[in-house]
Design a protein around this ligand. Sequence first.
Ligand code: SAM
Length: 445
Amino acid sequence: MDAREGALKVLYEIEVNKAYSNIALNKEIKSKPYTKLDRNFITELVYGTLENLIFIDYVLQQFSAMKLKKINPWALNILRMGIYQILFLDKIPPFAAVNEGVNLSKKYCKRASGFINGILRNIIRNQGTINMPDRKENLLEYLSIKYSHPQWMVKRFLSYYSEDFTEELLKVNNETPKLYIRVNTLKTTVEDVIELLQQQEIKAEKNPYLSEALVIEGGFSDLEALDAYKKGLIHIQDFSSMLVARILDPKEGEFIIDVCSAPGGKTTHIAQLMKNKGQVLARDIYDHKLKLIKNNAKRLGIKIIKTEKFNGKDLDHGLIEKADKVLVDAPCSGLGIIRRKPEIKYRKEADDIKIITELQLKILINASKYVKPGGELLYSTCTIDPNENNGVVERFLKENPRYQLIDINQQYPLILPGEYQEKMIQLYPNLHGTDGFFIAKLKKK
Ligand SMILES: C[S@@+](CC[C@H](N)C(=O)[O-])C[C@H]1O[C@@H](n2cnc3c(N)ncnc32)[C@H](O)[C@@H]1O
């Protein structure tokens, strides 16, 4: 019951207290001496249930006389987890899923035990009768339920991409992403890290595009517990995110401003590429997030980062034309990292994208003023929405004729496996196997 109980607590935290899945899961996994097997099972239950939530709730409603909103949240999440095991996990005997669910309910929602037992057994007996919407009659509803994405999101994707592309994207969004680490070349070498991890039976493989990136085979879940992490030899960061510092191409001795920098993945990478020489001003609006940067920088042995709380919506007159390069790794809708944070599917609304797009443009316009003549401005997001991304860049360029797009493909022909759009990069999880990610680089005359 231990692992299922852990998973239940995480699902409850995410649903009721709006916790982020990765943070809630990490907290739970560290709270007890779980075995590796348990950790993997908790991770599978949490992510599997979350990824398939709309489908699971759709099935549940077919078997429950009570509206889901009326079900006690502990009972609801026990049911969801049970349905996930019954319908998605071949290795779990279905009746074990029921019994464990009932045992959990005795601890968390005693009065619902009979209800849970009845529904889960009923689903096992009648799973062949589950009704799906008709694909031909209602494509939107069908795709939304089958791949558990809200209808507004599916509609949006269908307006940008073909039906096949959209379906592939929705499908891949429910898969487990690869796990990458960045080797901190200030302290060690790629070869030494590979060997060190091998000693712990963790297989790390080189990446043909970025020499400091390693992919971890088998998705080891608790990298932060490793000595290599604690000693600052590695940082956990997706491949696409590592492209940013590489494309920004900071040089030793430069002054770089990172206006949205927490928790510091890209900022610390920038400092690493600068060989700890020069200065990086790392800003964010949240104090508690700036602390994460400081901790990361300390662990990685980086001395050139200065953190500062500053709202990117405000213009800092003291920094006009002072920086060699400025990074705007903007807050965004996150539609490119659904694989890592499936709760994004259920928390965002179409209107949020409008609001965040305006914020991005405002931050970009202010940031552009800090760039020296001849300097460079890089704008990146972890989304695939063209209203953010190229939409923001196009609007920016219309108002700011001193800037020109740099052709990233020409400048860095070997850096990427994927495609380039105009002079910018848009990565898709279904095409490139990375997070959905966008990068544009601009030069100031
Ligand atoms: C995509 S994240 C940055 C990730 C970071 N660059 C990294 O690689 O670790 C966007 C960041 O923007 C910050 N942010 C949101 N609104 C902001 C604003 N108005 N001004 C400055 N930072 C803001 C958020 O707190 C968040 O940390």
